[in-house]
Design a protein around this ligand. Structure first.
Ligand code: DAT
Ligand code: MG
Length: 138
């Protein structure tokens, strides 16, 4: 086994739609452990750093505005190969075409909403996980 930690965010759309419990249920059902968890109203500084790889892209500003629109739940999650595994659980970025059985595929809404409203974030590599966990947790 290869135990890792990853940063999961339940984004403002997930919180406002009362899906926090359902998303946590899926993470725990998979066998992952919740190591730390908190509700956060992230400021622009933190969000800009979090999404710095996307700075300058057309969706960057709308993405930050959306992430500032309400609280997110930040979770430190531990588990065997959890970095890749959580992203499989989350499904692909666009909920429109995310596979059934995934968080985005089952719960994401395709009512002409922007792609950024895709319920969750998960770190995409060990380097990202280390950087993002340091950014969101002390
Ligand atoms: P992911 O969240 O699956 O890692 P990403 O890192 O490529 O995806 O992008 C970060 C977020 O930005 C993503 O969750 C939603 C938004 N986003 C990505 N591509 C987009 C696009 N083409 N149009 C609008 N929003 C987009
Ligand atoms: Mg990403």
């Amino acid at each position: 086994t290869h135990v890792e930690e990853t940063l999961v965010l339940i984004k403002p759309d997930g919180v406002v739609r009362n899906l926090t419990g359902e998303i946590l249920r899926r993470i725990e059902a998979k066998g992952y452990k919740l190591v730390d968890i908190k509700l956060v109203e992230a400021d622009r500084g933190r969000l800009g750093t979090h999404y710095e790889e996307h700075a300058g892209k057309p969706f960057y500003e709308p993405l930050l505005e959306f992430m500032e629109s309400g609280p997110s739940v930040a979770i430190r999650v531990a588990g065997n190969r959890v970095i890749e595994g959580f992203r499989v659980l989350a499904g692909t970025t666009d909920p429109t075409t995310a596979a059934a059985g995934t968080i985005r595929g089952d719960l994401g809404r395709d009512w002409g909403l922007a792609v950024q409203q895709n319920l969750v974030h998960g770190s995409d590599s060990p380097e990202s996980a280390e950087r993002e966990l340091a950014l969101w947790f002390d």
